[in-house]
Design a protein around this ligand. Structure first.
Ligand SMILES: [Fe+2]
Length: 297
């Protein structure tokens, strides 16, 4: 197509896409072209601004390494990850809310038994006992479901960011018992800033935004014949709960952890008072399990 005006560009690209064999990809490409071209027209994007945007996306690639995924962070801080999660698993009064996976999930976390601690250091930071039940939407407990958990340490660092933590520290996989119940021991996590030494830091500064995430613990909960749940538990004490940089907090995910001055009689072995405890249940939708690709190995 020989262009005669700016107005023809969008139709020319759509025409070029007409043989895209995969129908779903064709829908996505066409909508992307229509909406991105409309965005460019709305802001009348300048040539130097396009160069800035191209440089920004190239930098996202340059900063993505074996232990860091800057692309995931870009998706997160612009609310894209959160929007996709809520669009595909809308909030209901029954099922646990889905939320973003974030950039720090690793596959092959250590297999753990009930009451094991996922803290593999001699830290004296406050312990946190998390317990609850995994059930289906109709309330039926799900035995032998898999809970894959990972989190930052009390200083706000994941083990892959911190050479002082052992490999796979604060990561573990637990199975529910015959009643669908689980219990695990960990450390109370700290909130943390997303890394700001790369293009995401430049982006947040340009937008006048802080970089903090509230203290949280990540979970992927899976069971046969149920949709896999990717979610987080937030510890309810930080101001950042109302202004999470990745916009991922929904009310049901805010846990009320209670400080215990003395160990309860059935507390897991090795738990030392004072410690914290929280109950966090998971309700899974019937469906087909699927597993995300870890953003880092
Ligand atoms: Fe996180």
């Amino acid at each position: 197509m020989i262009l005669e005006s700016e107005a023809m560009v969008t139709d020319a690209v759509l025409y070029a896409l007409r043989h895209t064999p995969d129908p779903r990809l064709k829908t996505i490409f066409e909508a992307f072209v229509r909406h991105s071209h409309a965005f460019i027209r709305e802001v009348k994007l300048q040539e130097d601004e396009l160069q800035t945007a191209i440089h920004f996306f190239a930098e996202l690639g340059h900063y993505t390494t074996e232990t860091r995924n800057e692309m995931v962070q870009a998706s997160d801080v612009m609310g894209i990850s959160s929007l996709v999660a809520l669009l595909n698993k809308p909030l209901t009064d029954v099922e646990s809310p889905s939320t973003i996976m974030g950039p720090f999930y690793r596959a092959n976390a250590p297999e753990c038994d009930r009451d094991d601690s996922i803290s593999r250091t001699d830290s004296h930071d406050p312990q946190l006992v998390i317990e609850g039940q995994v059930s289906s939407s109709d309330g039926t407990p799900i035995a032998n479901s898999l809970i894959d958990v990972w989190q930052a340490d009390p200083q706000g660092l994941y083990e892959n960011q911190d050479e002082n933590q052992p490999d796979k520290n604060l990561r573990g996989k637990f199975r529910t018992d015959s009643q669908g119940r689980y219990r695990l021991v960990t450390l109370r996590p700290g909130g943390y800033p997303v890394p700001t030494d790369g293009p995401i830091g430049t982006l947040l500064a340009a937008q006048g935004r802080h970089a903090m995430r509230p203290a949280h613990i990540h979970f992927i909960v899976s069971a046969p014949e149920h949709e896999t749940l990717i979610t987080q538990l937030y510890i309810d004490e930080e101001r950042a709960l109302i202004e999470d940089v990745v916009l991922a907090v929904t009310a049901p995910l805010v846990g009320q952890d209670k400080r215990r001055e003395t160990a309860e009689s059935d507390a897991p072995t090795g738990v030392v008072a004072p410690y914290y405890g929280v109950t966090f249940d998971f309700q899974l939708r019937p469906g087909v399990p699927s597993f995300p690709k870890p953003p880092i190995p």
